[in-house]
Design a protein around this ligand. Structure first.
Ligand code: THU
Length: 135
């Protein structure tokens, strides 16, 4: 699937955003290597900390349906502001564990686009191997 097509699916997903508090809408779409894709949107909560970001919703949807990092080809994240919504810190922690580090991430607003790899999201990642000494 072309990048543009995947971004369009992420804009579709953004329609499902539930953001009555911030009024900032985020949509995401995970494309799997077998062609299946999973939508995600930001889902807010009156207890603000319980909010789930759009990209985490999409990746959790893929995992919830049995897909794992090796099955995932790329991720698109879009928002309705003028500035590109770069993944927040919590999402970076999640994305670096649940996606291969060389997975492309497409980002867009209605008038801007960018593209990075998961590995560019975070230096010095805390991951599962760091727990090995813990037990
Ligand atoms: N948000 C995302 O969905 N993804 C990000 O990486 C940045 C923030 C959402 C969370 C909240 O619903 C709204 O944007 C404002 O922070």
């Amino acid at each position: 699937m072309e990048d543009r097509e995947l971004l369009n699916l992420a804009f579709e997903a953004m329609k499902n955003s539930y953001a009555p508090y911030s009024n900032f809408h985020v949509g995401a779409c995970v494309l799997c290597k077998d062609g299946k894709y999973f939508y995600g949107a930001n889902i807010e909560n009156a207890s603000y900390g319980a909010t789930n970001c759009g990209e985490r919703s999409a990746v959790f949807a893929a995992y919830s349906n049995g897909y794992r990092k090796g099955d995932i080809e790329k991720l698109a994240i879009v928002s309705d502001g003028h500035r590109i919504a770069w993944p927040c810190g919590i999402c970076r922690q999640v994305l670096t564990e649940l996606l291969d580090l060389d997975t492309p991430i497409l980002l867009a607003t209605k008038d801007k686009e960018d593209k990075i790899l998961v590995r560019d999201l975070m230096p010095a990642i805390f991951g599962p191997e760091d727990l090995e000494d813990g037990i």
